[in-house]
Design a protein around this ligand. Structure first.
Ligand code: PLP
Length: 417
């Protein structure tokens, strides 16, 4: 037994992130044999066709123009007021829901999820998300003494599995005071799936009904980390309108981040946006979450907030921002189209991809298949029930031919789809 001095609840915690591990192996190999000979499909950031990390031009210019004061100041704990206005505007666009809307700055989308779990579920509670989800959700729950519970995202027709969703929510509401649900749509990580307008209607009608006249609450987290690359600007935001006029015991919290939409991953800035029909719930939202910010990381990154605000207050720069995003959205669409066309001809099954940074190939034995791929200098992420391919980072040239190689590796490993 190795020596340990960690407190009992912290003993045994170990972040073995297989995404970063595979990425490190890919980078080490690229250094040795050349970048052009390695395909790194693990990276969750936008890379251009030459494999360089993209920082949007309009964001670069904004950073370079920041004053020392904008960079180093302590910002208000809740975030600069003009930043909070800018995130609400950027997030919802034309589809701002009715009701009280409040925002608090956070350390990226991760900060939002932490605060929601911490402030809206109890010690020992279950927190619900779909079986296909971002792995960090699990660590965030466990680190806070909660348990992540999974409904099946897709039914046998590869459509939203409303029956599974209903079953889990019904059970949780019967047992818990609060039910926190994390819904990562559109551009779900890792599948690229999104709920349709009708799916959202069913979900919201059901949620309202199940807590009607009950002393119970539902907190629905809309994780839109990849929103800005999920479709036409106004079209992909339409569903936000549905979050207005909901009962007071159904609070919607949008998890908004500048990591992807502004390519500011490492700057750690985002916001939680609460939408409620009740003034008390709106006030409490700011009070409890601001308190938790003070009690964890204190205030948020001033430079990052100001870099965003200075873009958003200038209509010309917003045009530039939208054009750059549209360009990269198009690029990912082209990469995904190559892969999906080839997957169809190779009879390689993939999960329904609509948009976003990742495509998932469902299978058993994903680790063995990834190992075979690695021998060919191709790095992918093994998940419990499949493999994740990052279309945000693999060039059109390198993605060409990949589907057939994965199909062959599945056969070699004796994996099932
Ligand atoms: C589904 C999902 N939600 C939220 C995030 C939040 O990221 P960040 O904390 O960098 O904003 C990510 C990042 O990978 C993600 O994949």
């Amino acid at each position: 037994m190795s020596m340990s001095v960690a407190a009992p609840q912290a003993k045994g915690k170990c972040a073995e992130d297989n995404i970063f591990a595979a990425n490190n192996r890919a980078n080490a190999l690229a250094e040795k044999i050349g970048v052009d000979k390695v395909t790194n499909g693990t990276v969750g950031s936008l890379l251009d066709e030459d494999g360089n990390l993209v920082m949007l031009d309009v964001v670069q210019k904004s950073y370079k123009a920041l004053t020392p004061k904008e960079i180093v100041s302590y910002a208000p704990i809740q975030g600069y007021p003009d930043y909070l206005e800018a995130v609400i505007d950027q997030c919802f666009g034309e589809s701002r829901p009715d009701g009280y809307i409040r925002a608090c700055a956070t350390s990226g989308g991760s900060g939002v999820l932490h605060h929601v779990i911490h402030n809206y579920s109890e010690w020992g509670d279950d927190v619900l998300t779909s079986d296909w989800h971002w792995g960090a959700y699990n660590s965030m729950c466990i680190d806070n003494g909660r348990k992540l519970r999974e409904f099946e995202l897709l039914d046998e027709k590869d459509q939203f599995n409303f029956a599974s969703f209903k079953e889990h929510v019904t059970n949780m509401v019967s047992k818990q005071y609060n039910t926190v649900i994390i819904m990562n749509s559109p551009a779900n990580n890792p599948t690229g799936f999104a709920l349709t307008e009708e799916d959202w209607d069913h979900v919201l009608a059901f949620l309202q009904n199940i807590i009607k006249d009950k002393d119970k609450n539902i907190i629905l987290v809309s994780d839109v980390a990849y929103l800005d690359y999920s479709g036409e600007k106004h079209e992909c935001r339409k569903f936000f309108k549905k979050f207005g006029n909901l009962p007071a015991n159904l609070l919607v919290i949008v998890s908004y981040t500048l990591s992807k939409g502004f390519t500011m991953y490492g700057q750690r800035i985002g916001a939680m946006i609460g939408i409620t029909s009740n003034a008390d719930v709106a006030k409490e939202f700011v009070d409890v979450n601001q308190y938790t910010s003070r009690a964890t990381w204190s205030n948020s990154n001033s430079a990052a907030m100001k870099a965003m605000v200075n873009i958003c207050k200038d209509p010309e720069r917003i045009v530039e921002l939208d054009a750059e995003r549209a360009k990269y959205f198009q690029l990912m669409k082209e990469r995904a189209a190559i892969f999906m066309t080839e997957a169809a001809s190779a009879e390689l099954k993939i999960l329904p991809y609509l948009s976003g940074f990742f495509i998932t190939i469902p299978m058993t034995n994903s680790k063995a298949v990834c190992d075979i791929m690695e021998r060919q200098n191709i790095f992918l992420v093994p998940l419990k029930k499949g493999i994740r391919l990052a279309v945000c980072s693999v060039s059109k040239k390198k993605i060409t031919g990949l589907a057939a190689l994965i199909k062959a590796a599945i056969t070699e490993a004796g994996a099932q789809q």
